[in-house]
Design a protein around this ligand. Structure first.
Ligand SMILES: O=C(O)CCC(=O)C(=O)O
Length: 308
């Protein structure tokens, strides 16, 4: 590469990072809704197609009620709604990973959060999960897509699936998702969780959040991760909900709207958690590389959910 080529490449990189910084700011404020509406307006036929697919999904009164609650409060417990067999398949897959913990920790690609261990690296081919993976099948179940889709008024896009083992971090200051934050992957971010271990009390590091109403106090804030004192100065501690629940409990949270934190694990405890993340298309940030690769027969709806 010549010096001129290298200079042009660096200038292009600088422009892209400036653009991302601008998006970062816009996305954190109500201006992001304007951008989202403009992007959607540019792709109306694609949107109409997704809405038609959403309407093909079955519906049940309890799913409609769950969707209404997700819209109103920003969260809903779906333990009695989702498919127990699919949740068991996720749990047994995850437990097998944990039984190989030492081997997998050695292979881990990213280790920036000392309290989180990511165990799925070996399941990825070029960064993508096979669509017949139990973690993907759970995320694609009609109940989840319908509940989140009716809330978004659009077929959701499955953005990622993760398994995290949270462990104690004695003598370390709280960091990353142990502190209060909103997710800013996009304007609407819904996470479908399954606890894969019992979360019986605060020592087990429950997912902890503030429902949508009181979380409004943090709308349009550019602050990223906040400690308890900063948050409680605005809301008081009484609005906080700790998700204390047994293994295989499943819940959906709009994490772009509900301030949340978790994984504050006390010594001798640990927590295993499955997370599927959904956003609404079109994505505010440039689309990342494909996260899923087609294996077996997929319906048009499943392809649309995974952008395949
Ligand atoms: O570990 C936790 O409970 C918090 C997880 C979290 O912040 C997230 O999934 O966005």
């Amino acid at each position: 590469m010549t010096a001129i080529d290298a200079g042009a490449k660096n200038a292009k990189r600088a422009k892209i990072s400036q653009f991302r910084r601008l998006l970062w700011h816009v996305n954190r404020t109500d201006l992001g809704w304007v951008l989202k509406a403009a992007l959607t307006g540019l792709q109306l036929p694609a949107r109409a197609k997704r809405v038609a697919l959403l309407k093909q999904l079955p519906t049940k009164p309890e799913w409609t009620e769950a969707s209404r609650k997700l819209d109103q409060d920003g969260y809903v417990d779906v333990s009695d709604i989702v498919n127990r067999g699919l949740a068991e398949a996720v749990a047994s897959f995850a437990e097998n990973k944990v039984s190989r913990l030492n081997e997998l920790v050695g292979q881990q690609k990213e280790r920036h959060k000392s309290f989180w261990v990511s165990l799925l690296d070996e399941d990825l081919v070029n960064g993508a999960f096979a669509t017949d993976h139990p973690f993907v099948r759970y995320a694609l179940q009609p109940a989840a897509l319908r509940i989140i889709g009716d809330f978004m008024h659009d077929l959701p896009q499955l953005s990622d699936v993760v398994l995290t083992l949270s462990q104690p971090t004695p003598n370390q200051a709280l960091s990353f998702s142990q502190l209060w934050h909103l997710d800013h992957d996009d304007k609407r971010v819904c996470k479908l969780f399954i606890y894969l271990t019992d979360v019986q009390n605060t020592a087990d590091g429950p997912f902890t959040f503030i429902p949508a109403g009181p979380s409004k106090a943090f709308r349009n804030s550019l602050k990223s991760h906040m400690n308890d004192a900063t948050v409680f100065a605005k809301t008081g501690p009484d609005v906080v909900k700790e998700m204390i629940a047994p293994r295989l409990s499943s819940f959906i949270v709009n994490t772009a709207r509900c301030l949340h934190m978790g994984s504050r694990i006390q010594s001798d405890h640990s927590r295993l958690l499955y997370t599927a993340t959904y956003i609404q298309q079109p994505r505010i940030y440039p689309e990342p590389p494909a996260r899923f690769r087609a294996v077996g027969n997929l319906s048009d709806l499943e392809r649309a959910v995974m952008r395949l």
